[in-house]
Every structure is written in C-alpha cells, then in structure tokens.
Design a protein around this ligand. Structure first.
Ligand code: AMP
Ligand code: ZN
Length: 114
C-alpha cells in the first residue's frame, strides 16, 4: 500500500470531496481552500513532482489541464477567470509529493504570488 496521501485518495482509502473522476485523473476540493473555488486535479498515476515527469506523462498532464478548465467553467468562472498552479519543490511550497494542479477562482488573485 502506498504511503502517498493523494494515492490514498485515488484508492478511496481516505475520503475527499471528489468532484470529478475519469480513467486518468481525479479532482477534489482542497481541504484548506485559499479561494472560494479551490480544487486539486491530479493524475491517478503517482508522479512526485515536475522534476520526475517524463515525455511519457505529457498526455495525462495535458489532460489534467483540460479537466481543470472544464471544472472552472462548470463552477462558473469563465468570465471572472481562474488560476492554475503546480508547486514543485521546497521553494514553491510543495507539501504533497504527488503532482497536483491547483484551480483557484472566485476572488481577485494578486500577482506576484507570495
Ligand atoms: P502543495 O502545497 O502545492 O503541495 O499543495 C498541497 C495541497 O493539498 C494544499 O493546498 C493542502 O491544503 C491540500 N491537502 C492536503 N491534504 C489534503 C486532503 N486530505 N484533502 C484535500 N486536500 C488536501
Ligand atoms: Zn501518490
């Protein structure tokens, strides 16, 4: 059994507010939301970070971007917009080492990020 938190969510060993699932991906609500909409879209396959992806992963990574766009639209953010983020490594603040795409929306997001 994997010790990875997000693999456990994929395997439904620990609960999450799952809002979308298909063969390649699963999307769920972030447990500590930083905006009115804060979703995480992840590949079902374990990938640690941007540093470990390979050309084999481009299909699934492209797919999670499309899923993120579709979910942002579904949640009504077509007009207001949204931000997609992948934190990779310690300086970016990555805390879960299973790659995940944050979808943030529903408030004005500042730039540059903190
Ligand atoms: P990062 O800092 O980019 O690695 O993001 C990890 C994200 O996972 C954070 O926004 C956390 O709030 C979120 N998170 C951690 N544990 C859970 C969980 N059990 N269910 C949903 N989101 C989680
Ligand atoms: Zn994992």
């Amino acid at each position: 059994m994997s010790t990875c938190l997000f693999c456990k969510i994929v395997q439904k060993v620990i609960p999450a507010k799952i809002i979308f699932e298909d063969k390649l991906t699963i999307a769920f609500k972030d447990i500590n939301p930083q905006a009115p909409t804060h979703l995480l879209v992840i590949p079902k396959k374990h990938m640690e970070s941007m540093e470990t992806i390979t050309s084999q992963d481009t299909n699934v990574l492209g797919h999670i971007i499309l899923v993120a766009r579709n979910l942002a639209q579904k949640e009504g953010h077509t007009k207001g917009g949204y931000r997609l983020i992948i934190n990779s490594g310690p300086d970016a603040g990555q805390s879960v080492f299973h790659i995940h795409l944050h979808v943030l929306a529903g408030r004005k997001l500042t730039w540059p990020p903190g």
